[in-house]
Design a protein around this ligand. Sequence first.
Ligand code: ME8
Length: 517
Amino acid sequence: MAEPKRYYVTTPIYYVNDAPHIGHAYTTLACDVLARFKRLDGYDVKFLTGTDEHGQKVEKSAQAAGTDPQAFTDKVSQNFRDLADFMNFTHDDFIRTTEERHRISVQALWNKLIEAGEIYLGSYSGWYAVRDEAFYGEGELTKGPDGKRTAPSGAEVDWVEEPSYFFKLSAWQDRLLQFYDDNPDFILPKTRRNEVTSFVKGGLQDLSVSRTSFKWGIPVPGDPDHIMYVWLDALTNYITAVGHPETETGEYATYWPADLHMVGKDILRFHAVYWPAFLMAAGLEPPKRVFAHGWWTNEGQKISKSLGNVIDPHDLVATYGLDPVRYFLMREVPFGNDGDFSHKAMVHRMNGDLANDFGNLAQRVLSMINKNCAAAVPHHGEFIANDADLLGAADGLFDTLRGLMDRQDFNDALEAIWVVIRQANAYVDAQAPWKLKKEDPERMGTVLYVLAETVRKLALVSGPFMPQAMDKMLDQLAVSAEHRTFAFAGSEHALIAGTALPAPEGVFPRFVEETEG
Ligand code: ME8
């Protein structure tokens, strides 16, 4: 029997200490593009996002805002939810770690770890960075001229001494290395995989998994003076959302192990080292993949509140429009690398790739059909080699993209689409349908038909990246809603000659700089 086509993809759950910015939107966007792609390809998809609401960092932010943590998290979590709607994300679930389903799941996981003998009580004394919610060894820190120590991330650390439960991470070194060996694509991109394996080869310390010096967290079962370490709490969201602790039936049985945890490179260690160790220790399967993407800067500068250069996705979309922003973020840098946001690069993509290449292709084809073919899909005669080449290239995109999207290679996926867009524009120039109107109207019909079919395929395959714009393009080709999936991509579902088409309308606006005066 064929494998059921299922796909479970997750975003990190974001800390509710601050307003969402372009970095958060980026990670969830990548997941949204994948989720949409897989759905169009016939998969049963579960796409999870949400907010990470416990821990010292959130507690401190609530204090600074003069509110109690629950009211604070309610408010900030809603901002993340609103952003997801604003960005047209299609998550199936939005989890909050303050929900009851999550408390039950985390406490159940804790009990499994206790039963397995993987947790013991001791006391922690060492460095802790609230900003990263992470413990650091002395050797990892840099001492500044003022004597203050900072973590590799730049976060300040405090000395902490408190009773604590520990997870026996040190015992997992060999089994983790074996797991990475057996699953060569567990960590992508490859360079990140190497970083993680050398970290694990360097030796693992037992991990402190409870705190006693503050209260904002999930209590340790049977020892409520302790609350759970926020990362153990947070990571568990991925199984809570599929119904853990129920593992035999329901969504867990259907979707776990997750196909992909998408994360930024800053939190790879938690996902690729701690999380599989927790799961294996509890007798649960680790996820299939963790992809760590790169970091965005703004006009060459690190994005930070203190520099005042945080990019609010709302502003970006107000300036350029939603789909151009979605396109830019996925196209501008190879996924996995760091990227720089600049107005110049954004306008270049918008006017070059979108308005000139793709927009112009669709606009030319649709207006010629509108004028010369009585605003209906033209009839076609025999196809010649050039026609078949273009149609074949457009057909080939679906398989090419399946391969690239399975490796989260978004920018090459878009490049592959643009190769066909450029080929189609070259075909328009070479075939010059406007000249054929008098000389050979049947050939004109064939050429415009080939082009309309190509645009249909281009719009279908680009839909996950730019859903609204591509829907608009498919509307103009009168493709019915149920035919907008990859199952209907092939030529056997091609446009039907004689189908009336609405008046063409540009899909991609050109960005015009405002000039003074
Ligand atoms: O780490 N460029 O939450 P967080 C690209 N709660 N991506 C960026 C970015 C930037 N400049 N800034 C943020 C946490 N991100 C934990 C996660 S998961 C079980 C718990 C994205 O709010 C990127 O995905 O600090 C990064 O990993 C994430 O936001 C960190 O979000």
